[in-house]
Design a protein around this ligand. Sequence first.
Ligand code: ATP
Length: 238
Amino acid sequence: MSVLLKLENFKLRYGAVEAVRGINLEIRKGEIAALLGANGAGKSSTMNGIAGLAPVADGRVIFDGRDITDLPPEEIPISGLTLAPEGRRVFGTLTVADNLRMGAYAVSDPSEIRAAQDRVFTLFPILAERQNQFAGTLSGGQQQMLAIGRALMCNPRLLLLDEPSLGLAPLVVEQVFELISTLRDQSVTIFLVEQNVAGALEIADRAYLMASGQITRAGSAAEMRASEDMSASYLGVH
Ligand code: ATP
């Protein structure tokens, strides 16, 4: 399978804090890859750095063969990579439809925007039903769907998802994970940060484990499920 995203010696620093300490990883076209690890391991920093939202201190981000390390954040979605950030961050005082339109800021052809919106509405019928409602009136799960829908509006080939299950009821978490699998089946490659390790390993093809800014383990989802340190630390099995 060909490589869609590659991080080479990727480092991120906030002043004196070394949040990511020179990691190397590869995301393959068509897969769901998970980035797992405890609070503060550097997972969100990695996602934000790839999306151009945190300053990369060293190393390179190669997307589909192109070095995007120094691209300004507003140009990265145009290259085909979008992030649905942690905490959803929808615009509560805008309607659902306007939130989606904002996600399409990089697309100028109105018929393309309509097609993207139709695709999002097919994936998330509840967003079609509520398209004229203010986003702030949606439930947490619906806001998460809107955040993912917004990230899909410029037809990304790679979707970064930072903790999509955070704060959602178990049934809604299941729906969100099912949707992520559906997206992969529709040829969107997924790179996913999750605290819900068991859930993430059910849908992921491969996973990386991160601790203190470094990758400490990598493997297929089955290998990660079977690995003893994963079981003890994250899956509640002793
Ligand atoms: P969480 O699940 O809690 O979001 P994480 O694995 O995503 O954890 P990061 O949020 O990437 O971890 O944080 C990595 C390290 O960088 C932590 O030590 C954190 O305190 C620090 N950090 C994150 N953002 C900033 C910031 N804007 N300024 C300074 N330090 C930061």
